[in-house]
Design a protein around this ligand. Structure first.
Ligand code: HGY
Ligand code: MN
Ligand code: MN
Length: 419
């Protein structure tokens, strides 16, 4: 059987060629920006649907905007093994984050079809569309739709231009009223596998091309609004100011200090909008976001409480208004031990390492949402210096091929277990 399967080198070349095609679609010329439900997302979804069909999958774009592909097993409508990741990106993002995992699933399906290998289960490949949650204040909404965890309040969420998610979804060709029906019945998916770049330095430092994710860190996100008093920059005395920017800046530094005090925790202020944003006006208000993460839930709760207390003290001392609106909260998600072991065998059968590295994920992934539906696991692949969420994101074709061949071997291992 192995003789008829493509080598890692062939799979790597196919993956890079496919990514060339997929990554033509961006909302910003010269950069890779493909936000949920944007025109570029629609083009990428159409391309992905076509690629799935070429690989022998029956594919469609679902009500939430994800692309679902499926090849039936021996029992039509029977349980499936699902390979997934996302095709939305951050602003000016990298070519591999999410996109590689979708292309990998398609290439695994194609290789199995070409080798005439019949699996004892259905094989699904899904390209989720809202993993980055950059455009709307949501949290893994499209994988959450399949897992039965869709928060209907997300339909009312608005982007920076004030566009409602439900209106954007209709304009995209989706169907807000059809989202609930996307929820999969328990047992209908027996395993979810996701291949993803590590977006961290560990595999490169340890000279390992691939690794197995043990758990995905807990995370919380919130939008903060600080209301001060706009004023003339030339006339308002310093002692009388209610400067929303300097208050928010002190709060941002507090996030950095608190996150630095907790083992393996991180804290980020990524969006910082100053109003009215004029040189000669004391800032009247600031809207900013916080994103805090930690491998364990308890320290994260303590961090959140400490940040809230510090923000309150700063606001009170500076005489500014403070509104904290949490909008995403995910506990740490352990990856399924049996699937981790299947990945370990898949990697070993690729001839890489008989005892592959296991490591936690600081980044969030659709596997966090899918773990609520079925056993889920992730295969990490090395990427250069771990740089991600940046146009400098890079990796080698050889590593991509090794990872995809390991994923293919893992699916065959699951077939043997089912056999
Ligand atoms: O933010 C994250 O961790 C993921 O890349 N969306
Ligand atoms: Mn990702
Ligand atoms: Mn990402």
């Amino acid at each position: 059987m192995a003789a008829s399967l493509p080598s890692a080198a062939v799979l790597g070349a196919r993956a890079f060629a496919a990514l060339e095609g997929l990554n033509r679609f961006s909302d910003e010329p010269g950069k890779l920006t493909r936000l949920y439900l944007s025109p570029a997302h629609r083009q990428a979804a159409e391309w992905t649907k076509g690629a799935m069909e070429v690989a022998g999958l029956t594919a469609f774009i679902d009500a939430a905007g994800s692309v679902q592909g499926r090849r039936e097993g021996p029992v039509p409508g029977g349980p499936s093994v699902m390979i997934g990741s996302h095709i939305d990106t951050v602003k000016d993002g990298g070519r591999f984050d999410g996109n590689l995992g979708v292309v990998a699933g398609i290439l695994v399906a194609q290789a199995l079809r070409d080798a005439g290998i019949v699996l004892p289960f259905a094989l699904e490949v899904v390209a989720f569309g809202d993993e980055e949650n950059v455009r709307f204040p949501t949290h893994l909404s499209t994988s959450g739709a399949l897992a039965g965890d869709y928060d209907l309040a997300w339909l009312e969420a608005r982007d920076a231009e004030g566009v409602r998610l439900s209106d954007a979804l209709l304009a995209f060709g989706g169907d807000p009223s059809g989202i609930a029906a996307l929820a999969r019945r328990r047992g209908s998916v027996t395993a979810y596998l996701e291949l993803h770049i590590e977006q961290g330095p560990v595999l490169e430092v340890e000279n390992e091309p691939v690794g197995i994710v043990t758990a995905i860190n807990a995370q919380r996100k919130a939008r903060i609004y600080v209301a001060g008093e706009a004023g003339h920059a030339g006339t308002v005395p310093m002692a009388l100011r209610k400067d929303a920017l300097t208050a928010s800046a002190e709060m941002a530094l507090a996030v950095e200090a608190i996150a630095s005090a907790y083992e393996q925790a991180v804290g980020t202020v990524g969006v910082f909008q100053v109003d009215p944003g004029a040189t000669n006006v004391v800032p009247g208000s600031v809207a900013f976001t916080i994103d805090i993460r930690c491998p364990r839930n308890e320290p994260l709760a303590a961090m959140a409480a400490a940040i809230e207390a510090r923000f309150g003290e700063i606001a009170q001392r500076r005489g500014v208004g403070l509104t904290i609106t949490p909008y995403a909260r995910a506990d740490a998600v352990p990856m399924d031990p049996a699937l981790q072991d299947a990945l370990s065998l898949g990697i070993a059968r690729t001839g890489v390492n008989p005892a592959p590295r296991r490591l936690p994920s600081g980044a969030g992934h659709d596997a966090m949402a899918m773990a609520a539906l079925c056993p889920s696991a992730m295969l990490f692949v090395r990427n250069e210096k771990g740089i991600s969420h940046s146009p400098l994101e890079a990796m080698t074709e050889a590593d991509a091929g090794i990872a995809i061949r390991a994923l293919l071997e893992t699916v065959l291992e699951l077939a043997r277990r089912e056999g």
